[in-house]
Unconditional design. Structure first.
Length: 201
């Protein structure tokens, strides 16, 4: 018997058996990821707005849960001011994202732009502080690329948001395809299908 294969009478582990038994759930996740990836590539605006709405709902639920935690902390005379402040902030940001999802997407792109500009500047500064020339110019090139990317995002945030949506779509398609491939192998393992009569892992 080859390494990495077992007879058809059993599975290598309970977890592997459980995954094989529910292979269709993994396949369903893969299909959903593929559909989202295609939507992000063909209609990036709709994908970004959907993400903003989901994020807003998450912040709202998290903020409400935070209010409960702050209330429980006040009951036992524990420090609760910071917990209350965080909960209120999450609720406010969640409501903004739900009521004005475009503004939430815009704010995200602006934050991404600021991050790129700061990290790019730090990388360029670090490159000029290197005593050795080995790798200095590559580090500086990476910093310049980050600065250019940040400047482009700041100049045209909505175009930058579309590009981010495309990247997210490509990732989702690759992720979904990987899940479908995994589900197919688990289904074959579940039904005992193998090229040489063994269940491969």
């Amino acid at each position: 018997m080859a390494i990495g294969s077992l007879p058809q009478t059993g599975f290598p582990s309970p977890m592997n058996a459980e995954l094989a038994r529910h292979w269709w759930l993994i396949a369903l996740r893969g299909v959903i990821a593929l559909l989202f990836g295609l939507i992000a590539l063909t209609a990036p605006g709709a994908a970004l707005l959907s993400l903003a709405l989901i994020f807003g709902a998450y912040l709202l639920v998290d903020g409400i849960a935070g209010l409960y935690v702050a209330w429980r902390a006040s009951r036992v005379q524990a420090p609760w001011g910071a917990l209350l402040g965080e909960a209120v902030l999450n609720i406010i940001m969640g409501l903004i994202a739900l009521v004005m999802p475009v503004a939430a997407v815009y704010a995200f792109v602006i934050l991404l732009s600021i991050w790129a500009l700061i990290t790019g500047g730090l990388m360029v500064a670090a490159a000029f502080r290197l005593h050795s020339s080995h790798g200095r110019w590559w580090l500086a090139l990476g910093g310049v690329a980050s600065l250019v990317w940040g400047a482009l995002l700041a100049a045209a945030p909505m175009i930058g948001a579309v590009v981010v949506a495309w990247w997210l779509g490509i990732y989702a398609i690759i992720f979904g395809a990987a899940l479908l491939a995994c589900a197919w192998r688990l289904r074959a393992q579940r039904t005992g299908v193998s090229g040489n009569g063994a269940v491969r892992i």
